[in-house]
Ligand binder design. Structure first.
Ligand code: PGA
Length: 261
């Protein structure tokens, strides 16, 4: 896993946005896997700015979101449908029919999950998947003990996640207990993964994911098995990494590295 540490959240978001933009510029019909939460907000702001100021074109891009709360309608202010519309889609030129977000209100979850997986396959798979990490080490809503081979399905949220996400709801009782989420196995099939984390409260989970054993207790640790994951961190999120000097050495030595492409 390549680890890139930036001094601030803003610089981290810009670096990750540049990686997304560079993919879209080289492959205009790229398939992106998108994440919600506080972490990618800066990245989405930057993509919206690049669309407006630099003409970054999303007209052929397809997107698949990682997850959605069960029971929240698309127009619920805490639904991930609403989040994506407000924070990205309404600011760019992506055709609505190219946007796929798991449904929190389908009447047949089993069939929906199978269809969602099939759609990813039919469009040729995900080129680049964005990920945040939960303070319990989850990616998407793959809570501790999720199978590392799991596919899109319903998960019961961990208490820790409900507490973390309660800040967005009026009352903790309003946080949905179930979510529909891509599985770890689904995520690992993306060709490239950009894994982002910021803030001191993520430092322990990041260290466990990047340097700890691969374990279903920290589902982000499964990214160690992925051949092309880049981890973008701000300085506080990198605070508990043991090999931090080496990661920074690698970045410092990068300009002189042998060209592989
Ligand atoms: P956050 O959530 O970006 O709001 O911290 C990340 C996650 O739970 O995956």
């Amino acid at each position: 896993m390549e680890v890139i540490i930036k001094e601030t959240y803003d610089l981290m978001s810009k670096a990750a946005a540049e990686a997304v933009a560079s993919l879209i510029n080289s492959k205009p019909n790229a398939v992106l896997g998108l994440a919600t939460g506080s972490t990618p907000l800066g990245l989405y702001r930057e993509l919206a700015r690049m669309h407006k100021s630099d003409g970054l074109d999303f007209s052929q891009v397809t997107t698949f979101n990682l997850d959605e709360y069960v029971g929240l309608t698309k127009d619920h202010p805490q639904s991930y449908h609403y989040f994506m519309h407000e924070n990205l889609f309404k600011h760019i030129n992506i055709p609505p029919q190219n946007v796929y977000i798991p449904s929190g209100t389908t009447t047949n979850y089993r069939a929906f999950c199978a269809w969602f997986e099939r759609r990813i396959e039919e469009v040729g798979g995900i080129d680049l998947q964005l990920l945040g990490i939960g303070s319990d080490g989850h990616i998407a809503f793959n809570e501790p003990s999720s199978s590392l081979g799991s596919r899109t399905r319903i998960k019961t949220l961990a208490r820790q996640t409900i507490e973390d996400n309660a800040r967005f709801f009026d009352r903790i009782e309003d946080v949905p207990v179930y979510a529909i989420t891509m599985g770890v196995g689904t995520i690992l099939e993306a060709r490239q993964i950009l894994f982002l984390a910021n803030g001191e409260n993520k430092a322990a989970a990041v260290a466990a994911a990047v340097e700890g054993p691969v374990t279903s207790m920290i589902t982000a640790s499964a990214l160690q098995l992925h051949p092309d994951t880049i981890c973008y961190l701000d300085r506080p999120a990198a605070g508990k990494l043991k090999m931090i000097d080496y990661y920074e050495w690698i970045q410092a030595k990068r300009p002189g590295a042998p060209k592989t492409a």
